[in-house]
Design a protein around this ligand. Structure first.
Ligand SMILES: C[S@@+](CC[C@H](N)C(=O)[O-])C[C@H]1O[C@@H](n2cnc3c(N)ncnc32)[C@H](O)[C@@H]1O
Length: 330
């Protein structure tokens, strides 16, 4: 299909028309909710800094590999095979758009739309303007402006917990996903040990009064802490402390503190800038809900979706959920 045909298809999916210039349109660029607006602002800040980083290609490769694990694809080929059967794909909360561009490259027959509430979509639309089946819209994924049953695949990777009300967002993602048999792939932050949860909540609210300079400085300090702990290269056997949600086992000291007390991310392979951005990403947005496994399964069930694949790791729950029946779905 030519770009004009993809564009026509996109316009037919919209409830109210917006102006698409080359590959970019705007539903809304401001939120009425102060926490969502603060979250948008810090992500705009994060992406505008990180888009110039030399390290970003490394992160993109790491993220793509992780994506395959998170959503149950054995390899890139298996994702390509899955996308073969999808004609319209949504990257909900696409950030700098590299996953949307990946989908567009793996599924050249399909229309791909990336949406983000932050200014990142402006950068994404410039970087990827030559990909004819890829478009970006700035807007709220909880209020997408797409008609019911628009997408065969809705991918919402590492985003939903940053939206104002994740339950409302999930309802919207299920609504725009095709019935029957469209799929929603979604990632939810997991609740961690009690000391880490308490500190995260306290810290996050304290962070809302910090300037961006202070937030970056703190992220740098947390990265340095992670690096120094990691360089100690000490492992030890931690006891189970179920009352605090601390799981026993053999830990590297940095990982033990990271999972149970404070996020001090450090990854030598990904590099210093990426580690700093990862720490900034954690404490700066006001919206950052965490979930238990049960809460995730309930949200999926309430929306009449059926689990096709479910993945659990310390950081998150993720999976692919099928919109199984038009009668059951809202
Ligand atoms: C951690 S980043 C993940 C970006 C991308 N999915 C990736 O995996 O690289 C979270 C993104 O969600 C976006 N976001 C948060 N709330 C949103 C909302 N209500 N609508 C659209 N995007 C939102 C942020 O602007 C940010 O770019």
């Amino acid at each position: 299909m030519k770009r004009e045909d993809f564009l026509k298809k996109l316009e037919e999916m919209l409830i109210s028309q917006i102006k698409i210039k080359i590959n970019h349109g705007i539903n809304h660029d401001l939120s009425n909710f102060s926490n969502q607006q603060q979250t948008n602002d810090v992500f705009s800040e994060k992406w505008s800094k990180y888009s110039h980083s030399q390290e970003k290609e490394l992160l993109y490769e790491f993220q793509k590999k992780w994506y395959l694990e998170l959503y149950g694809f054995d390899s890139e080929e298996s994702l390509r095979g899955f996308l073969k059967n999808c004609d319209v794909i949504f990257d909900a909360g696409c950030g700098l758009g590299y996953k949307a561009a990946w989908f567009a490259q793996l599924a050249p027959h399909a229309l791909i739309i990336g949406m983000d509430f932050s200014d990142s979509v402006k950068q994404a639309s410039l970087v990827y303007q030559d990909i004819s089946n890829l478009f970006f819209i700035q807007g709220d994924i909880a209020n997408t402006n797409f008609k019911d049953n628009s997408f065969s695949y809705v991918s919402c990777d590492q985003v939903i917990m940053h939206t104002e009300d994740p339950e409302v967002t999930f309802i919207e993602l299920a609504r725009i996903c095709k019935k029957p048999r469209g799929q929603v792939a979604c990632y939810f932050y997991a609740k961690k040990a009690l000391p880490r949860e308490l500190l995260d909540d306290y810290f996050r609210s304290a962070c809302t009064n910090m300037t961006n300079e202070e937030l970056w400085a703190m992220s740098q300090q947390l990265t340095e802490l992670g690096k120094r702990l990691s360089e100690l290269n000490i492992s030890f056997e931690a006891p189970d402390i179920p009352q605090l949600g601390i799981k026993g086992g053999t830990y590297d000291i940095q990982r033990f503190i990271y999972w149970n007390f404070i996020k001090c991310f450090w990854n030598v392979e990904l590099g210093k800038e990426t580690s700093i951005v990862t720490n900034y990403d954690w404490y700066s947005p006001s919206n950052a809900r965490r979930f238990s496994e049960n809460e995730v399964r309930e949200i999926v069930k309430r929306n009449n979706l059926v689990v096709d694949f479910f993945h659990i790791e310390d950081a998150c729950y993720s999976g692919r959920f099928i919109n199984s029946s038009s009668e059951l779905s809202k």
